[in-house]
Design a protein around this ligand. Structure first.
Ligand code: IPD
Ligand code: CA
Ligand code: CA
Length: 265
């Protein structure tokens, strides 16, 4: 593991310890509502502080964008942090949530860590060095079509602007595959595509911190990540498709009929 990835792992594990500690007394956690169905708790903030202080100690000049504290200016290296992806699950005691940390250098993702503290599973990747679950190399599946495929997704629940298009995509993909799962943490959904637990994934309206790390994991595991129209602007658009190299274009084909002037990528 390269030294930068080692720091990201240290930060993710430190955040994971905070998250696990609070999970023993969920009832006592203080929660605020950012907007409808968008919650932030003292756990999100405490985990984020832990990550930022670990990164800052090692790389004081790097820039950071973190979900809860926003932009911290710095040089051309930018860390993209979601301290707790799957907050709604977490607050319900539903064990599907993760810490997500990515590093981008001049627009290119170079380091990815997604850590699931409830299962103690650590997914990590460094550009050009492959993707790993703990110390085991992981790869996307080689499925050649939608038949028999298991997909992950995120169902819109805050912003319903594209709900009709989304449910059209979902209906078509349910009919054509072995099933669609909505686990509730986009970071882990991508990690599961990277590990071959899911054959593909799509979601509309994600933020960069939800899946920057996940996107590099999938790519380093041999998969493809694009925006909803099959292009490269996935981090900007947040409308995203991921899958194995032989499956991905079938996902693009299935969602294409639902693109419109407001939902192009
Ligand atoms: C959410 C999760 C969820 C996705 C949402 C995200 P959060 O992140 O990734 O799976 O559907 O769009 O906002 O708010 O729990 O960090
Ligand atoms: Ca998130
Ligand atoms: Ca979050």
């Amino acid at each position: 593991m390269n030294p930068t990835t080692t720091i990201a792992v240290r930060a993710a594990r430190a955040a994971g310890r905070v998250i696990s500690r609070y999970s023993e007394r969920l009832d006592a956690i203080k929660i605020e509502t950012k907007k409808r169905n968008d919650f932030v708790s003292e756990v999100d903030r405490a985990a984020e502080r832990e990550i930022i202080s670990t990164i800052r100690a090692a790389f004081p000049d790097h820039a950071i964008i973190a979900e809860e504290s926003g932009v911290h200016k710095g040089n051309d290296y930018q860390w993209i942090i979601d301290p707790l992806d799957g907050t709604t699950n977490y607050l319900h005691g539903f064990p599907q949530y993760a810490v997500s940390i990515a590093l981008r250098f001049r627009g290119e993702l170079t380091v990815a860590v997604v850590y699931d503290p409830s299962r103690d599973e650590l997914f990590h990747a460094s550009k050009g060095e492959g993707a790993y679950l703990d110390d085991r190399r992981i790869r996307v599946t080689q499925k050649k079509g939608l038949e028999g495929a298991l997909l992950g997704t995120g169902i819109p629940f805050r912003d319903l602007t594209h709900a009709d298009a989304y449910f059209g995509m979902m209906r078509d993909l349910i009919v054509d595959t072995a099933g669609v799962r909505r686990p509730g943490s986009a970071a882990l959904d991508f990690a599961y595509v990277a590990a071959g637990r899911l054959d593909g994934f799509w979601e509309l309206g994600l933020a960069p911190w939800d899946f920057a790390a996940g996107a590099l994991l999938v790519k380093e595991a041999g998969g493809m990540v694009t925006d909803i129209a099959g292009g490269e602007r996935y981090l900007e658009s947040g409308n995203v498709l991921a899958g194995g190299p032989h499956l991905h274009h079938f996902l693009v084909d299935r969602v294409k009929p639902y693109l419109n002037e407001n939902l192009t990528f």
